[in-house]
Design a protein around this ligand. Structure first.
Ligand code: CA
Length: 228
């Protein structure tokens, strides 16, 4: 099955470059050159992944990301944010708004393709895994990628889902940041430890209460999901 990637980028050179590399990998590519168009295309075509530039005319990448994550139809679509150098604060904010990854310009298109592949892999769940995973009143549905706390749904991003899964499946055992990067993000490199922390913080906020507390911080090492 071909996967569809939407690129939202106003710089034509970059747009063409990314498009070329993704097409070479047999992805179906949709493009939009401004924010509003990007958002409309995302809602109408429901791509498998969105490569989203931060600085866009009209509606910027952060606003689009927020709008996508709020919409139940598009909330699950993973987003890779493109930022220019020096947009450190925005990068972190971008992740907090639910972007699954980001790349700093100028980047190698090959690297972007690898990231796209890694993020899409996070979405896939291998067939031998259980259909649903439970912890007390919390239920993770593996087919639909949805998480329920009793009757209430926790709207998690793909990355948050995978992170929670990794922690719950290893209940009672500490997972280091490196292990989490490796298992959830599919790669690791310097400076990403903070990314893990940011995502854990978001995950706790979304789960709230007892489930937030069930994710324990193990100082200087990583995180552990409480045993029942
Ligand atoms: Ca731009």
């Amino acid at each position: 099955m071909t996967r569809t990637i939407l690129i939202v980028e106003d710089e034509t050179d970059i747009l063409n470059l990314i498009e070329w590399h993704l097409r070479a990998e047999k992805y179906t590519v949709l493009t939009a050159a401004d924010g509003l168009n990007g958002l409309e295309t995302a809602i109408r075509r429901l791509p498998d992944l969105i490569v989203l530039d931060l600085m866009l005319p009209g509606m910027d990448g952060l606003e689009i990301c927020k709008a996508l994550k709020r919409n139940p139809k598009t909330g699950h679509i993973p987003v890779i944010m493109l930022t220019a150098k020096g947009e450190e604060v925005d990068r972190i904010v971008g992740l907090e708004l639910g972007a699954d990854d980001y790349m700093v310009k100028p980047f190698s298109p090959r690297e972007l393709v690898l990231r796209v592949r890694a993020v899409l892999k996070r979405v896939d769940v291998s067939p031998d895994e259980e259909k649903s995973i439970r912890y007390q009143n919390l239920r993770m549905d593996m087919d639909s990628h949805r998480v329920w706390m009793g009757e209430t749904e926790a709207l998690l991003t793909v990355t948050e889902f995978k992170l929670l899964l990794e922690l719950i499946q290893n209940r009672g055992r500490v997972r280091t940041r490196d292990q989490l990067l490796d298992r959830v993000w599919g790669y690791q490199f310097e400076g990403y430890a903070r990314t893990v922390d940011t995502h854990v913080r978001r995950l706790r906020q979304k789960l709230g209460g007892e489930y937030a507390d069930a994710i324990e911080t193990v100082r200087g090492i990583g995180y552990r999901f409480k045993e029942d």
